[in-house]
Design a protein around this ligand. Structure first.
Ligand code: ADE
Ligand code: ZN
Length: 344
């Protein structure tokens, strides 16, 4: 029995082991790392009214029935982000927190339309985030990539205009993605936008199969040409789709604590991430919107391992997959894989 096999059952040492496991975080909305303390401080600094008088009221509001009830609160919180320095502060705070959970590489989402529709310049958003990521790399040796998401509840023309606004930043944004309200907004709605994005050299990812049906996962693969599926947990309702995900080793960026908070699963014990791993799907684990869902990526690893009786080697496989599924260059990827493989 290897070290972690022995340790995971016994909680404190096993917890420390899973948390410290070197990993990449591939599904993280920067705006979802806005802790109530920072939200209230920025609201004061920028003169923005919030529906929460204090930190306690904000946390009390973080009880959700589904994805939409969360998004309503999340977009209200985003309104405090105004200046480039706000985005920089948010980003460096995330990288510092993630580094404590063994994160060695992060691929972070941002939602420009949430900000540009309020009059915040695209440049302030990207340049602020970039400054925070660069500081994280200097200070903590955490590498990163930026992924720009389109809001799927808005129309395809708005997404196309956002893509055009991003073209001057082409060398700083590795991929485009698709997020927000999934039901009723299928991936195919954005087919032409993703065609253009791929023609411009962006890689593509998309949220699919979080609340939406397995067919949305197929559309993301076939119509949007995605390299990874964000969430994808509803794939297990369709055996043919599972067989394809296994055969093509398509990575899923699964966020267990998010799925419980948004009622995709009633409890962590009922989550299908361990079953998907054991069926041969390339699953990874991330935190999604950790300020709202009660845990960062380390908490997702620790609590999922405990709830689903996952072994140390299974958790190592997930960490390994996170590095393999990243958009890193070969040199850094090999370096991080060696860190995962030799971790004890
Ligand atoms: N935006 C932020 N978090 C999201 C999630 N879990 N699903 C869809 N859109 C999101
Ligand atoms: Zn997400």
């Amino acid at each position: 029995m290897t070290g972690p096999e022995r340790l995971l059952g016994s909680s404190i040492a096993g917890e420390r082991w899973s948390r410290g496991l070197p990993k990449a975080e591939l599904h993280l909305h920067l705006e979802g790392t806005l802790e109530p303390e920072m939200m209230l401080a920025l609201a004061r600094r920028n003169g923005v009214d919030l529906p929460f008088p204090d930190v306690y009221a904000a946390r009390r509001a973080y009880v959700f029935d589904d994805l939409q009830s969360f998004l309503d609160v999340y977009y209200a919180g985003c309104s405090v982000l105004v200046e480039a320095e706000d985005f920089a502060e948010l980003t460096i705070a995330y990288v510092r927190r993630a580094a404590r959970d063994g994160v060695r590489h992060a691929e972070v989402f941002f939602d420009p339309q949430t900000h540009t529709d309020r009059g915040v310049p695209f440049a302030a958003v990207v340049e602020g985030i970039e400054a925070g990521l660069a500081e994280g790399e200097r200070e903590l040796d955490v590498s990163s990539r930026l992924i720009m998401c389109f809001l799927r509840h808005l129309d395809a023309d708005a997404a196309m205009a956002t893509l055009e606004a991003a073209l001057p930043y082409r060398d700083r944004i590795v991929a485009v993605g698709l997020d927000s309200s999934e039901r009723g907004n299928p991936p195919e709605k954005f087919g032409a936008v993703f065609d253009r994005a791929r023609a411009e050299g962006f890689l593509t990812v998309a949220h699919a199969g979080e609340e939406g049906p397995p067919d949305y996962i197929r559309q993301a693969l076939d119509r949007l040409g995605v390299r990874r599926v964000d969430h994808g947990v509803r794939c297990t309702e369709d055996d043919d789709l599972v067989a394809r995900l296994v055969a093509e080793q398509i990575p899923l960026t699964v966020c267990p604590l998010s799925n419980v908070r948004l009622r995709v699963f009633d409890t962590l014990e009922e989550h299908n991430v361990a079953a998907m791993l054991r069926r041969g799907i390339r699953v990874t684990i991330s935190s999604d919107d950790p300020a709202y869902f009660g845990g960062y990526v380390g908490d997702n690893y620790v609590q999922t391992a405990q709830a689903l009786a996952m072994s140390g080697e299974e958790m190592r496989t997930i960490a390994r997959s996170s590095v393999l599924a990243s958009f890193l260059d070969d040199t850094r990827r090999a370096e991080l894989l060696a860190e995962v493989d030799t971790y004890s």
